[in-house]
Structure formats: structure tokens, C-alpha cells
Write a new protein. Structure first.
Length: 387
């Protein structure tokens, strides 16, 4: 019979009993006792121990960072690639077999592996004064005490700060301030909610032909603005919101209230080619990965200077590249001694702005001086200032 934990001795005894149970059979009575015992231990630790064990997901992510592990390295402990992905995204709970394997193989404490994610106070999310100062400049006059309400308003009443920090698909610098990133996302969602789209979103319409049609708008003098208006007609909101201190991304795609796609762009590189590639990259996530986006409150954060071997990001990169410059025209971008006339010819044949072709050549060849005069700069931010 499980008793309340009243002191350190009771606490130690309960933890020892927990370990015995975890290493024993998986019959229903044992699993029930583990669940009840875990709740009793967690309650005592929350009330009497200042430094709590991290949640299971946080503990796994921490060990991955400490040992430089990839998701594939977790397969021996968790199972298939799909199962690892589900665990890391918060969609699948750990089984007892996984708990045993992660403890034995990666030395993650049982108390962390058995700890449930808790609906916590949004006030636990702390942001720096520079972030608050920047938010004020951008129209959000918030104090530290306001952050909790701001996040609840943006994400909904069931917002879980610990979970939201860790269930984001993030292609971003290791220097990123995750709390600042979370607040940036909340600001984007807030602005999106204030500016609903003209039309209703239909996932079926976001295909390669649609992406090509958006890319071809780049040849218009007001191309970025026209693209944003066209996306609004298709139920997709584009929000321009600058970087906050501690964040480094180019763009992100998420859902507002679980259904309306929102693309956030920072315009940190005010170049025509960067705008169009970032926009098409986020649209490619919608075309290829909407199912992922619509489950587990996902968001794709993209710092496109960061190289990654993530399959999802590779798919989005590839579709964005093909949408801007179809494969039959792309060989010139790999031609080391390409001439200006060739870049301009491909631009005309592909029906896209010459900056896009020049920027692609620079990226492919690692040379950012050649063709630099073909790349228009410092016009997108002013054009979209009110977007």
C-alpha cells in the first residue's frame, strides 16, 4: 500500500521501490503502482526540493545535447525513426521498455523519465529587458508581469511553457534564446489574429503549380506585396516581424488557432533573393508537411544560413529551389564561370527576378561578390512596412 511521503527517508524508500517496480514485469498492477508512486514522489519533490528533476522530454533533449546525439542515435532505446520522432515531438509517451533502455543506455535518471509534463504557469517564462524594450518599439508595451497573459492570449489557455519550448522544429543557431523565440512567435500570432486573411485556406490548393505562380510574382516591381495579398486570398497570413534580441531566424510557419497558416518573416537580410527563398521555403513546408504542422502544436523555425541534414528541411529547401528556378534552368547556378548574360537569360526563362538567380549562383558557388550588382537590396522592408 502506497503511503504519503512525509520526510527524506520516506522519499528515499519510495524512489527505491520505484526502481524495483520499473525493473520488474509490465503487468497492469505494477504499472498502476508505478503511476501512483510517481505522482506521490513528484508531489513531495515539488513541495520540498527546490531543484526539480526536468521532465522526461527535457531530460532526453539535455542528454542529446551533452553527448551530441542525433535522433537516429536514440533508435536503439526508443525504436523506429518514426517512434523517436513522436517521442521528441511530445506525441508519444515513453513506455516502460523505453524508460528502462534510456536509463540503462544514457544514464537518464528514472525520476526524470517518469515525470509528467505539467500545465505550468506562463509566468515561468522569463524574458530579458532588451527583449521587452524591442517589443515596446514594435508596438507591444509589456512588462515582465504581462508576459504570462500575453502568451496565454496568443497560444490559448492550455499553453504549457515547458512543452512549447521543446516541441518546436527548429533550424536555428545554438545561441538562440528559446524564451525570446517563443515571445517572437506569440507576437506573430497576435498580429496575425488582428489581420485575418481574405479567403479560407485549402491544403489541396498548395501544390507545386501554386508555388510556381507565387514565385513568378517576383518579376513585378511590387512583387513581395502582391505575393502577400495573393496568399491572403488563399487563407494564408504573412506577418512581417523583426528579430528580437537573442533570435536569429529568417522565417517561420505555424498555425493560428490550429487551422489558419501563418508565415512570419523577419527580413533580417533585406535582399530580394532572401525574401523570395524564405517565403517559398515556408510555403513548401505547408505543401509538404502540413500534417506535421497541424499536430502537436508544431512550428517550423528557419534560420536559412544554418546547414542541416534534417530530411524535412531538405524537402522544403528542394521544393523552394525548384519553385523559384525549375531544374531545367538551374544548371547555370552551378557553373563556376557563368556570365552575367547567362544569369539574366535564366531569369527570363524561369520567369523570376534576376536577384533570385544571382543569389542562387552565389550560394551554390560560395562567392558573394560576383553578380552582387544584380541583387536588389534594402527595398523589401520599406515596401512591406505595414504588412
Amino acid at each position: 500500500m502506497i503511503k504519503p511521503i512525509k520526510n527524506k527517508l520516506d522519499h528515499q524508500t519510495a524512489k527505491e521501490r520505484m526502481e524495483e517496480l520499473i525493473l520488474s514485469s509490465d503487468d497492469k498492477d505494477v504499472l498502476d503502482e508505478i503511476e501512483v508512486l510517481a505522482a506521490v514522489i513528484e508531489k513531495y519533490e515539488r513541495n520540498h526540493i527546490m531543484t526539480e528533476a526536468p521532465s522526461a522530454l527535457a531530460a532526453i533533449k539535455l542528454r542529446m545535447e551533452q553527448r551530441n546525439l542525433t535522433a537516429r542515435d536514440l533508435e536503439p532505446y526508443i525504436g523506429s525513426r518514426a517512434r523517436v520522432s513522436e517521442v521528441l515531438s511530445g506525441k508519444r509517451k515513453l513506455s516502460m521498455d523505453m524508460v528502462r533502455a534510456l536509463h540503462a543506455g544514457l544514464a537518464i535518471p528514472y525520476e526524470s523519465l517518469m515525470k509528467k509534463e505539467e500545465i505550468g504557469s506562463t509566468m515561468a517564462v522569463e524574458v530579458s529587458q532588451p527583449v521587452l524594450t524591442k517589443l515596446k518599439e514594435l508596438g507591444f508595451d509589456l512588462n515582465m508581469k504581462d508576459i504570462g497573459g500575453f502568451l496565454r492570449s496568443a497560444f490559448g489557455p492550455n499553453f504549457v511553457p515547458a512543452l512549447n519550448r521543446r516541441t518546436r522544429t527548429q533550424r536555428a543557431s545554438g545561441k538562440t534564446d528559446l524564451n525570446a523565440l517563443l515571445v517572437w512567435q506569440a507576437a506573430v500570432l497576435t498580429k496575425a489574429d488582428q489581420n485575418p486573411p481574405i479567403g479560407n485556406f485549402s491544403r489541396e490548393l498548395i501544390d507545386k503549380n501554386f508555388l510556381r505562380s507565387i514565385a513568378k510574382l517576383s518579376t513585378h516591381p511590387q512583387g513581395p506585396l502582391r505575393a502577400i495579398n495573393e496568399l491572403s486570398k488563399q487563407g494564408i497570413i504573412v506577418v512581417i516581424f523583426p528579430l528580437l534580441p537573442g533570435t536569429f531566424l529568417d522565417g517561420a510557419v505555424m498555425l493560428l488557432k490550429g487551422k489558419t497558416p501563418v508565415i512570419g518573416l523577419t527580413l533580417r537580410h533585406d535582399r530580394i533573393d532572401n525574401f523570395w527563398f524564405t517565403l517559398l521555403h515556408e510555403l513548401s513546408h505547408l505543401a509538404k508537411h502540413f500534417q506535421i504542422l497541424s499536430t502537436s502544436d508544431h512550428v517550423f523555425f528557419d534560420e536559412l544560413d544554418v546547414e542541416t541534414d534534417d530530411e524535412i528541411e531538405a524537402e522544403a529547401d528542394s521544393l523552394a529551389k525548384r519553385s523559384l528556378i525549375p531544374a531545367r534552368f538551374a544548371s547555370v547556378c552551378r557553373k563556376k564561370f557563368a556570365r552575367t548574360e547567362e544569369i539574366e537569360s535564366v531569369s527570363e526563362q524561369a520567369g523570376v527576378h534576376v536577384s533570385i538567380v544571382a543569389g542562387r549562383w552565389q550560394k551554390e558557388n560560395g562567392d558573394y561578390k560576383k553578380f552582387s550588382r544584380l541583387i536588389e537590396r534594402n527595398i523589401v522592408r520599406d515596401m512591406l512596412r505595414s504588412a
